[in-house]
Write a protein that binds this ligand. Sequence first.
Ligand code: ZN
Length: 330
Amino acid sequence: MRDNPIVPSVDFDADGVQHGFLKLPHSADDSAWGAIMIPITVVKNGTGPTAVLTGANHGDEYEGPLALWNLARELDASRVQGRVIMVPAMNYPAFRAGRRSSPIDDGNMNRVFPGRPDGTVTEKIADFFTRTLLPLSDYVLDMHSGGKTLDFVPFACAHVLDDATQQARCVAAMEAFNAPYSLMLKELDAADMYDTAAEQAGKVFVSTELGGGGSASARTTAIARRGVLNFLEHAEIVDGEPERGPSVWLDTTDARCFVTAEHSGLLEMRVDLGDEVTAGDVLALVHDVERTGTAPVEYRAGIDGILAGRHYPCLTRPGDSLAVVGEKVR
Ligand code: ZN
């Protein structure tokens, strides 16, 4: 296969703290012979495991970038045994545009894995992760939030995997991240995801959804900052013990957890994130926006649980992810 065109300005084998770029050649109208300069920080000290930490896999999700911009500035090499590779804004063009997907090629980073060295800009970045960064890694943390169209209770998540031993290691790392909620996730469509590429490469992989709405609160940012440190301490890359606070365990492996809109209209939530619901409870109403005087459509919970996610804008249309109910496990 062709070499990836991305050239890192950092040396992954050098001890110390390095702040640099993944330089991706991109000749465009506004910059002939130019390049996309994706910030990267590597902190290495001696031998030990490697963690690859990412944010803004989707460009409008901010807790991950905030946690990693802070960590990149603060993490001293003397506190590290092994290596921490941080890419705070994985889909950098999308991040700069404040969009979920790239303005260059409309690429949704988490739907183009394993990527291609001769593909679109987004596919080239994915290929660099698949063939260069993932092989260097032992522990992989990819921090998401809901972006502009979704909002979530802050959770870390692990996937149901075929390999029980690997799943147990991922679950232990999810638990160490210690978000207020911990969630077992069965993806609706796992093909083409970074998660799947990391898991198939045998890595300990944790993802998150830490909020949403296209912004970040003080609370969710603090959860991300502490969670990253917890994750690195769990991996024994950074000295210290992960903080252990209470976390509600949720399961979303039942298809009835996911409520999809079938109508266009004005969305009225009847429960809020974190609220307990019983099967049959009305989660939301959708009002017909073309006329007054008609009854709204009711959307009900399919199972008992907690409202873990919701469509964020108050306008909705068929196909929107309206609500996610997590089954409370413990
Ligand atoms: Zn995301």
